[in-house]
Design a protein around this ligand. Sequence first.
Ligand SMILES: Cc1ncc(COP(=O)(O)O)c(C=O)c1O
Length: 388
Amino acid sequence: MKDLSFNTKAIRTGYKTTTEQEHSEAIFLTSSFVFSSAEQAANRFSKKDPGNIYARFTNPTVDAFEKKLAILEGAQACVATSSGMAAIFATIMALFKSGDHIVASRNMFGTSIIMLNTIITKFNIDISFVNLSDLSAWENTLKNNTKLFLLETPSNPLGEVVNINALSRISKANSILLAVDNTILSPALQTPITLGADIVIHSATKYIDGQGRCLAGVIAGSTDIIEQIHRFLRTTGPSLSAFNAWIVLKGLDTLSLRMKAHSDNALKLAIWLEAQDQVEKVYYLGLPSHPDHNLAKSQQSGFGGIVSFKIKGGKKSAFKIINATNILSITANLGDTKSTITHPATTTHGRLTDEERLNAHITDGLIRISVGLEDIKDIIADIKQTLV
Ligand SMILES: Cc1ncc(COP(=O)(O)O)c(C=O)c1O
């Protein structure tokens, strides 16, 4: 399997056809599994027999998704969750305890920051925030009890990046786990484990589904780490449903083609936006003007579909543009075939304090576009007519 290319693995691995000889992967919509005898039930519960017991523990459709994603991320194992937030929460709850310290990037999805500040701290886990790309800040914030580095690269919505390999050298030298939220690129464009990370987390709700249909999350890493997280999930319940697992499993078949098309469209939009007088700044890693363009090129195989820009005139101008679009959807989701437009300061990052928002560089004039798979000429024309 190792020698197969990404697309072949994405289409051909992970699933074992049942005795019905179906060609497409089946959905096992069942909450429990039947045992042939009391002895078999006892053996399943005591783990002498590894078969299915109950869908909160395992399900063949979920298992197929987990196996395929582990292969695509270059990980030993993988476990799926009901959403991306459940994946981040389960990782922290399963692996760390009261008295531990986590260093996290302040340039993360707003809800991730809120979870760390308001929920995780309740368990007496100490959190420090640093600027994503500042390697010395990660190192200088270390304490004796630091157990985890947690980050998104590239960040949402500004496309900031950190050198994963360099950061993993710091984490390994200090016996700290490095967890990367890889939602924005997906394994089609970046595989953090091959660059030295220990854990990869996804909101599979985004590009892995790719059509805005369901919530899903996933965590990939070593067998030991994933077993610990699986034990937490089967006991606390945020497991992925078989139906949603089937959606994201089928999403993986076309992931690489979609990511390339999202990236091509996003670059065209970013180049066009950069030439507009009303636009103060464009944030897209694919632009040579982006300060992290070369670093991104060295660790990513594409730049992804998120383009953000700062419009002159602040929130008033941003709202005017958003309200005047005809094709783009005003919605908080990203990674859909449909292009979406968002005002991060009042939506995805709206619950942050003014200081947290400023630290994350989320300004009032910032607009985020998740560039979809429509003809990019139509998307550019739609935005152009809002600038008049
Ligand atoms: C980078 C990132 N991580 C995690 C999440 C949370 O995922 P979910 O909505 O599936 O819980 C999001 C959601 O937008 C995200 O953008």
